[in-house]
Structure formats: structure tokens, C-alpha cells
Design a protein around this ligand. Structure first.
Ligand code: HEM
Ligand code: HEM
Ligand code: SF4
Ligand code: SF4
Length: 400
């Protein structure tokens, strides 16, 4: 084992009240030479003020194009144990529910062939195993995919579909309006091929939240954000509303004035909601969950185009389908057709490393909607007062 190196700069990151990845890597370094060299190389990066990882050099398992992210040190003579330090992404189960047995199996494999360092869970959603050598990758995959109980598959990486992920939804949460777990599992199985074999201009992500609270932050972190919603009226228990107020709850300050569309009013006795103007943000329901509940006609809103900054700045998803029924076990054909239509248009027109949201900005929402065969509707207007006319084609505009 390489001798423990002094890491004064990294040690700074152990100070303060927060959890520290340095502390964790040091713990792993007691048994793992690669974790030890990882610390050494990172310290050197801090001294040199540059990263010592090189990109490039594709690694993977037979038949797959994604799932493993290659990393090589550019100073292997100093840190031989991180000469290769590849990351393996494992497709997490819907909602991140594991048995302890399933986790132990993975950890046993990872102790044998990897650094022992894990990341549960990466922003993609996957169970992430950080740091192994090229020659172990196939063995790791063969072992995890052949577990007698709970066999596992690789997640996505590269220009392909990334592992779909979802909130715990109906398993744990009273707010769930769709079965996020079933939808996530179904889509993962349906689109296996897109997960394993990079085939598009760039990555494409699907995240599913059971309600507009959006606990997986799908609107900001995925190209396709699927959020549970309802389209009938919010259910109001007026007695319970009065009980909140009687207990001193500031209904005016905390609910009425915070409703984004100002569609609520309270006359001291009755709460009224103009449901036609409610955007179903969930704010009032979160605040007064004993008195207000979502309606019964449930489905999902689908937003397209969210992403972190790379070519363009960070973008939030844009409402394309205000409401789609998604009954558990139905096969979700309408949703799958919609995804396929979007991907086909993006694949046809997108430049390399251009996400679908960026392509929509470059080519225009009109072209996107025509490409996927949908009509513009008012819910798609992001900033109504800015320019509500941009959906029209020049030939459609009549002038007096
Ligand atoms: C100070 C240095 C670093 C910074 C600022 C950084 C930043 C990040 C960020 C923001 C993410 C996305 C967050 C996430 O997926 O949870 C990420 C993910 C990742 N990083 Fe780093 N990183 C650093 C060093 C490293 C090193 C040293 C390695 C490997 C040798 C590495 C490999 C990865 C991999 C493989 C992922 C994807 C994990 C996943 O699938 O979720 N990074 N990094
Ligand atoms: C050595 C340093 C770094 C490494 C090895 C690294 C690696 C990665 C990897 C592997 C991913 C996942 C990409 C994917 O899912 O396709 C990622 C994502 C990301 N990285 Fe880095 N990164 C580093 C530094 C940084 C830095 C310095 C920043 C910000 C200034 C950054 C911002 C991000 C963000 C925001 C994401 C999420 C992108 C998304 O989910 O769309 N990374 N990084
Ligand atoms: S997004 Fe909604 S349903 Fe999902 S965990 Fe959060 S509050 Fe519950
Ligand atoms: S859900 Fe949001 S928009 Fe609708 S009434 Fe409640 S606070 Fe207002």
C-alpha cells in the first residue's frame, strides 16, 4: 500500500460543521490503496490549481455503449493506484428502495474490484461506484447482473437516455397523484436500448415527481419532467379551514397572498378558489393539508427542456402537455409515443451536444410543435406578457 500522504490543503475541507468527503475518503483509504492515491492526487490538484484527470479512452462492457465513465490520471507515476479510476453507474430501483441484502451484494463486489467509494445517489439517480481499473469492469458487470436475488443493470452515460428516476411517490407520500414508481420502472424497461447504446446528439433525462412539489427537481434537472397533477377542483373542507383560522393560522399572510395567481379569497368564514385560474402549484395544499386536498381527476403535466448549464445557461422545463392520464399498469402508451416523437425531432435536427431544450430555443417552439405534431395552447406560454404571438407562422397573421 502507498504510504499515507500529508494533505494539508484537503484537511481544510474537514473543518466546519458539514459532512466532508475528505473525511470519508480518508476512512476508505485505511483499506483501499486507490482511495489513498485519490487523496494524494487531489492534494496535488489543489497545489497545482489544475485537475489531474484526463478524459478520453472509452471503457465499457460487452454490448453496451454506456454505463461506465472513463477516468485516467495524468500523473500515474506518482499515483499508480488511480492510474485508472473509472466510475460504474448502476441503475437504481424506482424510488431508491433497496433491501440490505441487495446493497451488501453490491458492496462485496465493489470491495473486491473497486476503490470501496460509492455515491448514493448521483444527480443522474444511479447508484454510483467510484474508481476501478479497466480490467475489472466486465467482471463487475457480470457479477452484479447475475446476482441470484436482485440482479442489477448498468445505468446510462454518454449520449443516451439516462437512468429515469422518480420520487418515492405512493410508497411513502400522501401527496402522490400518480404512481411514480410504476411509471419509472415501466419506462426504464421500455427504453433499455436507449439506455445502453448511445444514439443521440447528447444525453436525455426523464424524472418523475408525484406532485408539483417536485421532490426530484425534475423541472430543473431533466429534459422530460413528468409531474403528477389534477384537473378538477381543489377539495375544500370549510370546517377545517375555520379550525386553522381559529387556532391563529395566518391564512391571509401565509396562503391567500402567496397564491401565485391570486385566485383565492377568504371572507372570514368561507374559502373560495377560482379553480380556472389555479396553476396547481400545491402551495395552499402544503400549508393547509388538513383542509385542502387535490382533486380526484389525476394525471401528469409534462414539461420539456430542463437542463444544467453547458451550451446555454441553466433552463427549466416548459409545459408542453398540461395534462395526460397515466393510470398504473396501463402501459403508458401515450407518454411513450410523446417521448419518441420528441426524441425523433431532436435526433433529426440537434447538433452534437445540444440538449432538446437548447434545440427548441435555436429552432423555435413553432418548429418543435410542428415537428412533434402538436398545436400551440395557452399553457405553453412561459411569460404571457412578453410575447404571446410567437406561436404564429407569418402566413397565418392577417393584417388589416
Ligand atoms: C473538485 C473536483 C470535482 C468537482 C468540482 C466535481 C464536480 C462534480 C459534479 C457537480 C458532479 C455532478 C453531481 C452528481 O452527479 O452528483 C460530479 C459528478 C461526477 N464526478 Fe466529479 N467533481 C470533481 C472531482 C471528481 C473526481 C476526482 C472524479 C473521479 C476521479 C470525478 C468523477 C465524477 C463522476 C464519475 C461523476 C458522475 C457521478 C454520477 O453518475 O452521478 N469527479 N462531479
Ligand atoms: C475534475 C472535475 C470534474 C469532473 C470529473 C466532472 C465530471 C462530471 C460528470 C461525469 C458529470 C455527469 C455528466 C453526465 O451526467 O453526463 C458531471 C455533471 C455535472 N457537472 Fe461536472 N465535473 C467536474 C467539474 C465540474 C465543475 C468545476 C462544475 C461547475 C463549475 C461542474 C458542473 C457540473 C454540473 C452542473 C453537472 C450536472 C449536469 C447535468 O445534470 O445536466 N462539473 N460532471
Ligand atoms: S414530489 Fe410530491 S409525491 Fe413526490 S415525494 Fe414530493 S411531495 Fe411526495
Ligand atoms: S394550488 Fe397554488 S395556484 Fe392553486 S389555489 Fe393553491 S396556491 Fe393558488
Amino acid at each position: 500500500m502507498t504510504e499515507a500522504k500529508k494533505t494539508p490543503l484537503l484537511d481544510e475541507l474537514e473543518k466546519g460543521p458539514w459532512p466532508s468527503f475528505v473525511k470519508e475518503i480518508k476512512r476508505a483509504a485505511a483499506n483501499s490503496p486507490s482511495a489513498q492515491d485519490l487523496l494524494g492526487q487531489l492534494e496535488l490538484s489543489y497545489v497545482d490549481k489544475k485537475a489531474h484527470w484526463k478524459h478520453g479512452g472509452l471503457v465499457g462492457v460487452m454490448g453496451y455503449g454506456g454505463g461506465v465513465i472513463g477516468r485516467y490520471s495524468d500523473v500515474p507515476e506518482q499515483f499508480p493506484n488511480v492510474e485508472h479510476f473509472h466510475t460504474v453507474r448502476i441503475n437504481q430501483p424506482s424510488g431508491w428502495f433497496y433491501t440490505t441484502k441487495a446493497l451488501r451484494q453490491v458492496c462485496d463486489v465493489w470491495e473486491k474490484y473497486g476503490s470501496g467509494l460509492t455515491n448514493l445517489h448521483g444527480s443522474t439517480g444511479d447508484l454510483v461506484l467510484l474508481g476501478t481499473k479497466t480490467e475489472h469492469i466486465q467482471t463487475i458487470f457480470d457479477e452484479i447482473s447475475n446476482f441470484e436475488e436482485h440482479p442489477m443493470d448498468l445505468g446510462g452515460s454518454g449520449s443516451n437516455l439516462r437512468t429515469p428516476s422518480c420520487c418515492a411517490g405512493p410508497a411513502r407520500c400522501e401527496f402522490a397523484l400518480i404512481d411514480t414508481l410504476d411509471i419509472c420502472h415501466d419506462l426504464t424497461n421500455e427504453f433499455q436500448d436507449y439506455l445502453h447504446r448511445p444514439m443521440w446528439p447528447y444525453k436525455s433525462k426523464i424524472k418523475i415527481s408525484g406532485c408539483p412539489n417536485d421532490c426530484v427537481a425534475s423541472i430543473a434537472r431533466s429534459d422530460f419532467s413528468i409531474q403528477g397533477t389534477w384537473r378538477d377542483d381543489i377539495k375544500i373542507d370549510q370546517e377545517a379551514v375555520r379550525a386553522y383560522v381559529a387556532e391563529g393560522f395566518d391564512i391571509e399572510g401565509l396562503v391567500i397572498s402567496k397564491c401565485p395567481t391570486k385566485c383565492m379569497s377568504f371572507d372570514g368564514n368561507e374559502l373560495t378558489i377560482d379553480n380556472a385560474n389555479c396553476t396547481r402549484c400545491m402551495h395552499c395544499i402544503n400549508k393547509m393539508c388538513k383542509a385542502l386536498r387535490p382533486g380526484d381527476d389525476r394525471g401528469a403535466t409534462i414539461l420539456v427542456g430542463g437542463k444544467a448549464p453547458i451550451l446555454q445557461g441553466a433552463m427549466m422545463g416548459w409545459v408542453i402537455v398540461p395534462f395526460m392520464k397515466l393510470e398504473p399498469g396501463s402501459g403508458y402508451q401515450e407518454l411513450k409515443d410523446f417521448l419518441e416523437d420528441c426524441w425523433a425531432w431532436w435526433d433529426e435536427h440537434g447538433k452534437t451536444r445540444e440538449r432538446i431544450g437548447e434545440l427548441i430555443l435555436r429552432l423555435d417552439m413553432r418548429n418543435f410543435l410542428r415537428g412533434i405534431g402538436r398545436e400551440p395552447i395557452p399553457q405553453m406560454v412561459v411569460a404571457p406578457r412578453a410575447n404571446p404571438f410567437f406561436f404564429w407562422w407569418p402566413e397565418e397573421v392577417e393584417q388589416d
